[in-house]
Design a protein around this ligand. Structure first.
Ligand code: NAP
Length: 610
């Protein structure tokens, strides 16, 4: 029987597909896990050079006291600044290696860049700024513009320190401040420091043999070289005329830039290790009438509604109603039907898990069918089909990716799970064949799950010379993912033992609120030092471990990727170790209840305001 997205799937078919998933996984599992990638430092550091900033920029070093230093200029710090302004913090400095606000949206300007989360819930503080995004899914430049507007609205530009990287950060017990040094010779003495250094800030390169031999042009998608390709994020890559180009990688970035490269290159080779699973995007302009009728509080309601559905909690109404929510809506409908059949009895965990597997399979079958219907060449269509569960990799959505393979100048180079064998002076080798190309574009993603301080690119030295890299060498130890003992007045925002939402801005918004609450409590009580207690972090760690996501059999069976530390799930390190296993809304509720109790359990306040 051929299953489709709409037909019923019998148990035998379900089993057959699971076996195929296991076979495809086995092809890709490798012992070197994250070590298969090379760090973009040393001889590879040019891959992180900023193509958008003025390289001649210089300034005098700074030496000054700062009340609040926010490291990172993305939405994490912008939201922290918004909440800190609300409690009356005036002296805020934001520091970032980029030349502007925007974080990931500063760096990722590749052609086709777009947020895969609905703009109305992704772009934070829309109501506060009185802004309605132009489209249902925003382009990168619109999001970058929004970050810049937040920077202006929050009056952060005058004190922002751009094109500057922190090199080290040390707690001065006598001064009760952080001494923060930078690569421009600055010495900042900050009372409070918040680190929102980003989950996807370090590009990664595959450690392909011969990567230093290649003599053609190479760059990573997060530093797109428009001086070579011409054009901008909307395309028009005239510099690629007559060029043979390879794009390595078919993740969320690859699928967005590939259709644009295909339009301009003489020849495009799409080098695939694991096929994308690309569902319908259906972007559309914002309906002005709909926008005009939005009531106060609409954005928060919509954000919570989306996260609640993705979290498996359900909701009476699906406000976002897109590819992210459809699998879960289907699951809710199936659960309800099954419960009705079983005389109203609630389903047990095993039954729910079976239904979840079926709902997942239906989505993947629909995607495989989409490929079959779109791609003309049957062999190419077959190679493009993804064989893994929907949530093993970040779900992808695009309407031009699959049709790109019908272009005569586009070749899919399917490496059957192995990746590129090696680079030569003139191209790349897969199997027996060498492909000569003028340019190789790495859409190979970012470091996820490597050590926190490696990704931050500096160490943090706390009380008694304790290094954060040592304290967290076997995994993070925190209270609420934001505070850690011996590192007073230092806060962590981002994917740090927190609630995992597909909508990153929802998570950092909740963290920012929590941060401002704790700082406000300390300031109101006349204290200048805030720190997690050992008991507090130990209790949180224990609870966190008990509910760990990595325990789930679903992820154990997944094809490798950054979610599963390339197939080596470790309960203490890696992507899933960054997230609270009971789901984001439970995590946000935990924080809310903690705040409501008012006793700051697990936090010690010290120091006295002069
Ligand atoms: P990614 O998801 O990590 O994808 C990297 C790609 O490179 C994968 O297809 C990977 O194959 C491939 N690859 C790695 N090593 C290879 C090798 N040796 N040979 C051939 N292929 C190789 O990275 P990304 O696409 O940049 O996305 C990263 C994250 O950024 C996303 O998950 C998402 O969170 C975010 N993002 C978001 C948006 C958005 O719309 N909001 C857009 C872009 C990115 P395997 O699958 O086999 O590992």
């Amino acid at each position: 029987m051929t299953t489709t997205g709409n037909s019923m799937i019998d148990d035998a078919e379900f089993e057959r597909v699971q076996q195929r998933y296991a076979q495809e996984r086995a092809k890709r599992i490798r012992t070197d896990g994250n070590n298969q990638y090379v760090e973009v430092s040393g001889e590879f550091s040019h891959f992180t050079a900023d193509p958008y900033a003025d390289p001649t920029f210089t300034r005098e070093p700074l030496s000054e006291d700062v009340e609040f230093l926010l490291i990172g200029g993305g939405f994490g710090s912008l939201l922290a600044a918004a909440h800190l302004r609300a409690i009356g913090v005036e002296d805020i400095r934001v520091i970032d290696p980029a030349a502007d606000f925007g974080g990931t949206w500063y760096w990722n300007r590749y052609p086709g860049v777009q947020c895969d989360i609905e703009s109305y819930i992704y772009l934070p503080m829309l109501e506060e700024l009185g802004y309605v995004p132009k489209n249902r899914y925003s382009s990168g430049s619109e999001i970058l513009g929004h970050a810049q507007n937040l920077g202006k609205q929050l009056d952060l530009y005058n004190d922002a320190i751009f094109q500057t990287s922190v090199t080290d950060m040390r707690w001065d017990e006598d001064a009760q401040r952080w001494l923060v040094r930078t690569d421009r010779g600055d010495e900042l003495r900050a009372r409070f420091v918040s680190m929102a250094t980003g989950p996807l800030n370090r590009p990664k390169l595959p450690g392909i043999p011969g990567i230093t031999d290649y003599r053609g042009h190479m760059f990573h998608t997060s530093r797109w070289d428009f001086s070579y390709t011409g054009g901008d994020e909307s395309g028009d890559l005239t510099g690629l005329r007559g060029k043979r180009v390879a794009v390595v990688g078919t993740g969320s970035t690859g699928i967005q830039c590939i259709p644009h490269v295909a339009e301009w290159a003489e020849e495009l080779y799409v080098v695939q290790r694991t096929p994308a699973a690309c569902d319908v995007r259906a972007n559309r302009p914002t309906d002005d009438e709909w926008a005009a009728e939005l009531q106060a509080g609409w954005q928060r309601d919509r954000m919570v509604n989306f996260t609640s559905i993705i979290d498996g909690g359900g909701a009476d109404e699906d406000l976002v109603d897109d590819g992210w929510t459809v699998t879960y809506r289907e699951l809710t409908a199936m659960t309800a039907a099954e419960e009705a059949n079983e005389s109203g009895r609630p389903l047990d965990r095993k039954e729910r898990s079976r239904l979840m597997g079926l709902a997942d399979l239906r989505t993947m079958e629909r995607i495989r069918q989409r490929i079959e219907e779109t791609v003309d060449d049957p062999d190419t269509a077959e190679s493009l089909k993804p064989w893994y569960g929907r949530w093993c990799k970040r779900p992808q959505f695009h309407d031009e990716y699959y049709p790109t393979f019908n272009r005569p100048n586009v070749t899919l180079v399917d490496t059957d799970g192995k990746g590129v064998d090696r680079l030569t002076e003139t191209g790349f080798v897969v199997g027996e064949r060498e492909y000569e190309v003028d340019c190789i574009i790495f859409a190979t993603g970012f470091e996820v799950g490597t050590d926190y301080t490696r990704r931050a690119q500096y160490d943090v030295i706390g009380r008694n010379g304790q290094r954060l890299s040592d304290k967290w060498s076997s995994g993070m130890i925190t209270l609420h993912g934001m505070f850690t003992a011996d590192f007073p007045n230092c806060f962590f925002l981002g994917q740090t033992q927190t609630g995992l939402t597909a909508n990153y801005c929802h998570t950092v918004g909740e963290q920012a609120k929590h941060l401002a609450y704790v700082v406000d409590q300390a300031r109101t009580a006349g204290h200048t030092v805030v720190e997690a207690t050992r008991e507090g972090e130990a209790a949180y760690r224990e609870h966190f471990r008990q509910v760990a996501i990595g325990n789930s059999s679903y992820y154990q069976a997944c094809t490798p990727g950054f979610f599963t530390s390339e197939g080596n799930i470790d309960p203490d390190k890696g992507f899933f170790a960054s997230f609270y296993g009971k789901g984001p809304l439970s995590f946000f509720e935990l924080l809310e209840q903690w705040r409501a109790s008012g006793d700051l359990d697990g936090i010690a306040l010290g120091g006295n305001r002069p």
